[in-house]
Design a protein around this ligand. Sequence first.
Ligand SMILES: CC(C)(COP(=O)(O)OP(=O)(O)OC[C@H]1O[C@@H](n2cnc3c(N)ncnc32)[C@H](O)[C@@H]1OP(=O)(O)O)[C@@H](O)C(=O)NCCC(=O)NCCS
Length: 175
Amino acid sequence: MQGLSPVHAHISSRGWKEVLGAMEIGPMTWQEWPWVAALTASTAWKHVSAPLRAEVSPEWVAARVQQSLLGLLGQPGNVALVAREAGRPVGYLVVTFLPDELTGVTTGLFWDIWVEPAWRGRGVATSLTHAGEAHCRAMGVKLIRRYIATDNQPSLHHAVRDGNRPERVMYEKVL
Ligand SMILES: CC(C)(COP(=O)(O)OP(=O)(O)OC[C@H]1O[C@@H](n2cnc3c(N)ncnc32)[C@H](O)[C@@H]1OP(=O)(O)O)[C@@H](O)C(=O)NCCC(=O)NCCS
């Protein structure tokens, strides 16, 4: 996580200044890890396919994704960006890098994004993804992907507003 300067999101241009004040976005600190770890586990459980839920427990999935995230954050370039208002975390975005499966070209992956419910609809996620894009550009990456559950309307809406388009859609069949 070294080498990434804190990004100060100036949101006054979109008219939210009076709501958000001066929000700062920067790399996650170790004190923020329990908060990120709990939320990433909660989001992960929501993404577990219904037929697989009977095979595992939320605790099992939590342990797996938290271990994965710690492993990812130990690799150069990957970063968890945290948005803070008056020093308190209100949202985060995990930015990772991986080779495209067909070309091997390095791509960015927005691994997880979360905004505290009280702060939603105010542009926090958009500020986070803009900061994530700046980091990806600085890493020389030209394409960013993200996985979104097909029923997650807020996240789908945010992604489209953020300039994303659907690439491939994953289908599943329950046996
Ligand atoms: C998805 C999420 C990160 C969006 O965060 P946010 O800070 O509220 O998003 P923003 O305020 O930047 O909104 C961006 C756009 O999405 C829209 N949006 C946000 N929440 C919405 C909702 N519930 N319904 C419809 N549109 C919504 C905003 O209106 C805005 O569009 P606009 O510019 O046309 O008004 C937030 O809802 C969240 O944390 N959800 C739970 C975690 C989650 O599902 N993460 C994604 C996993 S793939």
